[in-house]
Design a protein around this ligand. Structure first.
Ligand code: 4AD
Ligand code: MG
Length: 437
């Protein structure tokens, strides 16, 4: 007999035989009756055993079954008002395929809150909890919506090397790699390559891929390996064109998820606001607001810290009833050499951060595409552009004005579901302490 999924069994199957396979998520014994709740990728179904009507063989097998064991059951479906989905299976055959050891190192019912580090040590078991699994169902939908969005906007998907000889990000540390007799690093961003591909003639490219950062940050938002959603586009008029694209992406994702993930959103008690128009506010203005409204003073050339971002999120919600905000015109001192500066304002950059519910989820900018100016800017930052020949060359043979964004997918999921920690949003997190599983 062919296997049927739990969620596909309905009243129309009443009186018919079916075969189900899956994990046993619950076992109940009520004297004359024994119940098994079988869970598969679709949902759950109740297997009911009136002990007197069962063969000796079935009851012997049933007694062996522990929680989370993998079983198969074949039997007739019957309507059952008390059963979770209005139907149950009365088994005629029962097979214990793989017995789970007891006790399970985690409580999977969601009743007892396990420590995040224990959950991550046994992530494959943690994911048997429907709420943990739902995060990754949503993440998977989000991934598809992102690719659909960029595809619809004329972007080409690219895959660039993750073993590199150098990077262009300021401050971000590089993981060294033993690469035969050469010095190499894990890529800290596809920045160089996405700019290269714009100039190659794709004009518009995007990449969703791992990004590595050797930062010893022990926060709820930093990982050493995360999934970057990067795009880069040519022939822009300014950074506002770049912001328009990432704003469109956020709107598209949220509209899609609201349609496709309503039950999952309910599980997490979230109902994100689809942005009408994301406010774009200059950093200098934001600093004034933070000082006046929250007494939070940030020096002229400094970036917002976590608390600053939180206040910005609060302010935007109150004033505009929006969850997103672009903080624009970042100080030159805080940005890498490749960010373009506005005409006549050498202390600023044509760059921005996108903050969602008080956390930075993306950074973007118009890039400097004029070779001589780029070389000068690199020099100001103590970078020798000519030593980075393959980057420098991009600007020598026809480079259009361009810009792009890097967004952290894990942080986006964290903010969407209002998770306490970015580690919950990634299957198997990597941080300064965690290298397994
Ligand atoms: O702000 P970042 O460092 O910007 C760049 O990588 C530029 N190349 C982007 C550009 O196109 N100008 O990283 C981009 C995003 C951040 O906004 C954040 O969401 C995420 O990547 N991110 C991290 N996520 C988790 N753990 C970390 N350690 C992260 N570092 C950055
Ligand atoms: Mg940033």
């Amino acid at each position: 007999m062919e296997r049927i999924l739990a969620n596909d069994i309905g009243e129309r199957h009443a009186g018919k035989s079916v075969l189900v396979s899956g994990w046993v998520s619950d076992i109940r014994d009520l004297g004359g009756l024994k119940f098994l709740i079988l869970k598969d990728r679709s949902g759950t179904i109740q297997i009911t055993m009136p002990k007197k009507e069962m063969t000796k063989e079935i009851m012997e097998t049933a007694e062996q079954i522990t929680k989370e064991s993998v079983i198969s059951a074949e039997g007739k479906v019957q309507g059952a008002k008390q059963a979770p989905r209005g139907v149950e299976i009365i088994p005629e055959k029962l097979q214990l395929i793989s017995k789970a050891q007891a006790p399970i190192p985690l409580d999977l019912s969601g009743k007892i809150k396990s420590d995040l580090s224990v959950r991550l040590d046994y992530r494959f078991l943690d994911l048997r909890n429907p709420k943990s699994l739902a995060i990754f169902k949503i993440r998977s939908k989000m991934f598809k919506l992102i690719t659909d969005f960029y595809d619809s906007q004329g972007f080409t998907a690219i895959q660039t090397p993750k073993i590199t000889s150098a990077g262009v990000e300021s401050g971000a540390e590089l993981f060294p790699v033993v690469y035969f007799d050469k010095e190499a690093f894990l890529s800290q961003s596809p920045q160089i390559y996405k700019q290269m591909m714009v100039c190659a003639g794709f004009e518009r490219v995007y990449e969703i891929a791992p990004v590595f950062r050797a930062e010893k940050s022990h926060t709820t938002r930093h990982l050493t390996e995360f999934t970057g959603v990067d795009f880069e586009m040519g022939f822009i008029r300014g950074e506002n064109d770049v912001m328009d694209v990432i704003e469109g992406m956020c709107r598209y994702i949220l509209e899609g998820l609201k349609k496709e993930c309503a039950p999952e959103f309910e599980m997490f008690g979230v109902n994100p606001t689809i942005p009408k128009k994301i406010p774009r506010i200059e950093m200098s203005e934001i600093k004034k607001i933070l000082a006046e409204k929250y007494g939070k003073k940030i020096p002229e050339d400094e970036d917002l810290d976590a608390e600053g971002e939180e206040f910005v999120g609060k302010y935007i919600k109150e004033k505009y009833n929006e969850e997103f905000v672009f903080v624009t015109a970042y100080p030159w001192k805080k940005r890498p050499f490749y960010h373009m500066r506005p005409e006549g304002k050498a202390d600023l950059t044509k760059s921005f951060d996108l903050i969602w519910n008080g956390v930075e989820i993306a950074t973007g900018a118009q890039r400097e595409h004029r070779y001589e100016i780029l070389k000068q800017q690199a020099k100001e930052k103590g970078v020798d552009l000519d030593a980075m020949k393959s980057y420098a060359d991009i600007f020598k043979y026809g480079a259009p004005p361009h810009g792009g964004v890097g967004l952290g997918l894990d942080r986006m999921v964290e903010q969407l579901l209002k998770l306490d920690n970015v580690r919950e949003a990634i299957l198997l997190p990597r941080d300064p302490e965690r290298l397994t599983p």
